[in-house]
Design a protein around this ligand. Structure first.
Ligand code: SF4
Length: 468
């Protein structure tokens, strides 16, 4: 990968325009799926899911997502589906049921080639190394996992829940990509969010991971947390740059205490003002660009020689529930509570609570909760939205050839709706396609929303976070 010639896109840089960011700062989906999870319904049954798994062609490549819901401590900003417990014995029961689910799912599939595995949570490393190894052994026994560099086996790591020597063990299990939560290195900010994690501990983990050939190491940061200022974030970012991760994700903290109970522990008067938040955001963009990171889109930055940047440059970047991915859209199977998959143009989600999860598996059933089949119109719109979000452009001919439509007729209304963005020079339009300008890239989700057939005002206000 390192020898590959890297051509930077001519529009590889962002343009900062505060007035426009304020004007378009509305809530919107992050488009890890289309339709979004709000459209999943319980009308989609286990039988639908089984038909979907059974009908998957043998030559299809698979991606597997494994959800581990446990965490040892609560981070006050958290909006994930997790279980906070110090009782590690709870994990053993979960491991046994997870193994049962993997075996059940595998029996329904004739496709067996697994090219991507992702462990997320919660905290995957809440499990002991021997528990994780048992799960990986079951995966290797039930699927073919090609031993190639391009096979991606990634894990979300909490450095507070991992011993340094475990990195070697993870590598021996086949893991080769890693994402690490940091959020902020400032001690006062860390205290206010109940997440104490030193720079030294994080740095040590990354150094060790590199020693064991983990590539594309990602660090997660959050801006908009209590007590953050541009000054405090400057010091955090300087430390992050010293670590020099291949990728950096910078998420906007959305304070929604009515929806997420842990956030009620956050003192809202300690949150940065909208102006301060904007200052922090501007500082992040300018600093990371100055350090040579490219803006991939939707909160993600990557070094030019990272797989994500190369995939974007080669127009083969994709998107799924884990965010951006370099692999073509493999059929995604989700296992574990609340996990989501995307197979044969259908989305499927497992039950959200462990008791229902155990109950279904006790009856030898896959713990299915809900889902949705994608209509023809969904597929057309998904292709347009994902092209915008991954490549900042849509080539009309590509969509016309794939779906046998006349683009201008099919999207007559949407093309008219784009005129506000064209007037603000966020988007350019010609006979061949739609192009997002450097000014428009930070507002990509607003532009995508133009093509979303499901959005209504109430949904937007209540269900999604804002751009900044
Ligand atoms: S942010 Fe991550 S580690 Fe913290 S409580 Fe939520 S899922 Fe657990």
């Amino acid at each position: 990968m390192a020898n590959q010639e890297i051509k930077l896109k001519p529009f590889g840089q962002l343009e900062w325009d505060e007035k426009l960011l304020k004007k378009y700062n509305i809530a919107g989906p992050r488009y890890t799926s289309y339709p979004t999870a709000l459209e999943f319904t319980e009308d989609y049954s286990l039988d639908d899911y089984l038909v979907c798994l059974n009908s998957l062609a043998e030559d299809k490549s698979l991606s597997l997502y494994i959800h581990v819901p446990f965490c040892q401590n609560i981070c006050y900003y958290c909006a994930c589906n997790k279980i906070i417990t110090k009782h590690k014995d709870k994990a053993e029961k979960y491991v046994q049921y997870l193994i049962k689910e993997i075996e059940l799912v595998s029996k329904e599939l004739s496709a067996k080639t697994l090219r991507q595995i992702h462990w997320g949570g919660g905290t995957p490393t809440y499990l002991s190394m021997s528990q994780m190894k048992r799960i990986m052994d079951v995966i290797y026994a039930n699927f073919d996992v090609p031993q190639e560099d391009s096979t991606e086996i990634s894990i979300e790591v909490d450095p507070r829940a991992l011993n340094i020597e475990d990195i070697k063990t993870l590598s021996e299990m086949g893991f080769n990509r890693m994402s690490m939560g940091v959020q902020d290195f400032d001690p006062k900010v860390q205290q206010s969010i109940n997440r104490i994690q030193s720079f030294e501990m994080t740095n040590e983990m990354v150094v060790e991971a590199r020693k064991y050939n983990f590539t594309s190491i990602n660090l997660d940061l959050i801006y908009g947390l209590p007590l953050q200022t541009q000054e405090t974030f400057k010091s955090t970012l300087e430390k992050v740059i010293t670590i020099s991760p291949d990728r950096i994700s910078v998420f906007n903290y959305a304070h929604l205490p009515h929806r997420f109970k842990p956030q009620r522990k956050i003192n809202s008067y300690e949150l940065p003002s909208p102006t301060e938040k904007l200052n922090i955001f501007e500082y992040i963009i300018k600093t990371l660009q100055g350090e040579g990171y490219l803006y991939i889109g939707m909160d993600h930055f990557a070094k030019p020689d990272d797989e994500l940047a190369i995939a974007q440059n080669n127009k083969c970047l994709h998107r799924n529930f884990q965010g951006y991915t370099t692999h073509e859209e493999y059929e995604l199977i989700g296992v574990g509570v609340s996990s989501i998959g995307s197979i044969n143009n259908q989305y499927h989600q497992n039950v959200r609570d462990v008791d229902s999860y155990y109950e279904a598996l006790d009856q030898n059933k896959i713990p299915s909760w809900r889902g949705v089949g994608m209509s023809y119109d969904d597929l057309v719109r998904k292709a347009v939205i994902f092209s915008l979000i991954c490549h900042f452009e849509v080539i009309k001919k590509d969509i016309e050839e794939k779906f046998d439509i006349n683009f201008d007729q099919y999207f007559k209304n949407e093309l008219e709706m784009l005129s506000v963005y064209i007037d603000d020079r966020l988007v350019e339009l010609d006979d061949e396609g739609i192009y997002v300008t450097n000014r428009g890239r930070l507002l990509i989700r607003n532009i995508c929303m133009t093509f979303d057939a499901y959005l209504n005002e109430l949904q937007v206000i209540n269900s999604f976070s804002k751009v900044i």
